[in-house]
Design a protein around this ligand. Structure first.
Ligand code: AMP
Length: 439
């Protein structure tokens, strides 16, 4: 399959070629023709599948077909949950639209609003925005969407999890009825279906891969490790020079800072990405990681959501993820667009129940590995960051492991909540009966 068969504009094909893409990904093959044909679309695709290009390329093709001259409205509004994702979509739009004469701007919190107000009021062709800042500025009578042609809701499931629904409703109410609405989500939940009824007209559904199935190209490994040895094990693994671009996930912001300090202390260049950091610090951390100025980026789930960095060699789940979907998103950071990557999870005794639940969810067992040459009998620090974090978790609500053997894969597509009668919430599927920490 070639991009040529999809009906894209010549200038966009040229930009795609310059981006180095030789053939469309499955979501692109499936989504581009119906969008060009004018349909609303729901794209169910996990991260790393090429979904940004799947919605951007056809929209730009349609904009390219329109005559030039002064505009009297913004034509495309893309809404996404995090600033990092907004910045990334902006980079994509600029790259794919580089041979068109389009104006593009971003709108998100944590930075000065004046340039954003100017962009909203100057009929910028493409606006990419986080819902909170956008509705704030729209409520102050900024923006002109009277001629809007495309509304995109990216990572809609995560926007719901983050409580953005009221803002999104307010924004959509102010958009013209006649428009094309594209919605992308990692999962097709009841809540997402409800949104499509509200915002879309007879949408085509494009679903790529099994629901919440981690990218097939990622090699997944589990290292069982006593809690107090996690810092030492991370250092030990990082002796491998192949781990040259490593994204480490921690559950807590302060724990992320401490992991980074430990690594820096051992001479490993490290940056952190979490919501206590300023917007500029977050952008710098990403930039340094992308450029190779730092080898390790330690991040929390929300901060890392949607970040797109080429060439991540390894993802390390230093702390086991709270939600099965977080695992899918975390490991989707590596193995992107078919590069081979490794996802490593540290699993302590207390994580075994959750690990088994995860394996049922993803429909396969994850290989256990012992770190060669690592001293599993070493005494660790008296109290490590991970032990302190765990103390914050409500112990009485922790799932009880039901045995100690390694589980084998079972029933591929059924969710954990359905199998175990565990709670479900808009915050994601639980591991059995444990409670949710609010996001
Ligand atoms: P996304 O799922 O939109 O975050 O994209 C994941 C990564 O795949 C990004 O780094 C894109 O630049 C890259 N990508 C998108 N489409 C293609 C393609 N057809 N061929 C190769 N890489 C692609």
């Amino acid at each position: 399959m070639s991009f040529r068969t999809l009906g894209l504009d010549e200038k966009i094909l040229q930009a795609v070629q310059e981006a180095g893409y030789t053939e469309p990904t499955p979501i692109q093959t499936a989504a581009i023709p119906p969008i060009i044909a004018g349909h609303d679309l729901i794209g169910i695709a996990q991260t790393g599948t090429g979904k940004t290009a799947a919605f951007t390329l056809p929209m730009l093709t349609k904009l390219a077909a329109q005559p030039g001259g002064p505009r009297n409205s913004t034509r495309v509004l893309i809404i996404a949950p995090t600033r990092e994702l907004v910045v990334q979509i902006d980079e994509n739009v600029r790259a794919y639209g580089k041979h068109l004469h389009l104006t593009v701007a971003t709108v998100f919190g944590g930075v000065g609003e004046h340039p954003q107000i100017r962009a909203l009021n100057s009929n910028t062709d493409v606006i990419i925005a986080c819902p909170g800042r956008l509705i704030d500025l729209m409520n102050r009578r900024n923006g002109n969407f009277s001629g809007l042609q495309f509304l995109v809701l990216d990572e809609a499931d995560r926007m719901l999890d983050m409580g953005f629904l009221p803002s999104i409703r307010q924004i959509v109410r102010q958009m013209p009825q006649k428009r094309q609405t594209l919605m992308f989500s990692a999962t097709l939940s009841k809540e997402i279906e409800q949104l499509t009824h509200e915002f879309q007209r007879a949408p085509k559904i494009v679903q790529i891969g099994r629901r919440a199935n981690p990218a097939e190209t990622v090699t997944q490994l589990v290292y069982e490790v006593p809690k107090h040895l996690k810092p030492a094990l991370l250092l030990h693994l990082l002796r491998d020079p192949q781990m040259d671009m490593v994204l480490v996930f921690s559950r807590m912001k302060h724990s992320a800072d401490r992991i980074a300090r430990n690594l820096e202390f051992k001479g490993i260049k490290t940056a952190t990405l979490h919501s206590n950091r300023s917007q500029n610090q977050r952008l710098k951390a990403l930039k340094d990681f992308k450029s190779g100025a730092v080898r390790v980026l330690v991040a929390t789930d929300i901060a890392a959501r949607g970040i797109d960095v080429d060439g991540i060699s390894h993802v390390v789940n230093y702390d086991f993820p709270m939600h099965v979907e977080d695992y899918v998103h975390r490991i989707g950071r590596t193995g992107r667009a078919n590069a081979i990557g490794d996802a490593i999870s540290f699993v302590t005794n207390e994580d075994h129940g959750e690990l088994r639940a995860l394996e049922r969810f993803i429909g396969r067992g994850i290989v256990r590995k012992r770190a060669e040459g690592f001293d599993y009998n070493a005494a660790g620090p008296a109290q490590t960051e991970s032990s302190r974090d765990d103390e914050r978790r409500p112990r009485q609500q922790r799932p009880q492991p039901r045995g100690h053997g390694h589980s084998s894969p079972q029933r591929p597509t059924m969710s954990v909540g359905a199998q175990q009668g565990g709670q479900r919430s808009s915050a994601g599927r639980s591991y059995g009966q444990r409670s949710f920490r609010p996001r």
